[in-house]
Design a protein around this ligand. Sequence first.
Ligand SMILES: [Zn+2]
Length: 90
Amino acid sequence: MDSNNTQNLQICPVCKVSITEDGQVNFSTGSPGTRARLYARVCAYVQKPGCINQESQLIGKVTPEDGFESGEDLLTPFFSSLDQSTKQTQ
Ligand SMILES: [Zn+2]
């Protein structure tokens, strides 16, 4: 009776992204990524109660590649306001 339940999305109320039951993260812009990528780009900076992507067991290993890459813009509207203070010049 659960054949309608294949799209079991979790939405992080803090980061405003959806995570499928497979662990695929759908960003508001850009291509889908992983929980590790979401964490490296958003959740690591947000650190607010209610964020559903703070469990290291689910996140797995965060690699430098999960961080920001030049030429790619995956900023969420929320995060872009934080970007003012955490901007890195490289
Ligand atoms: Zn989150």
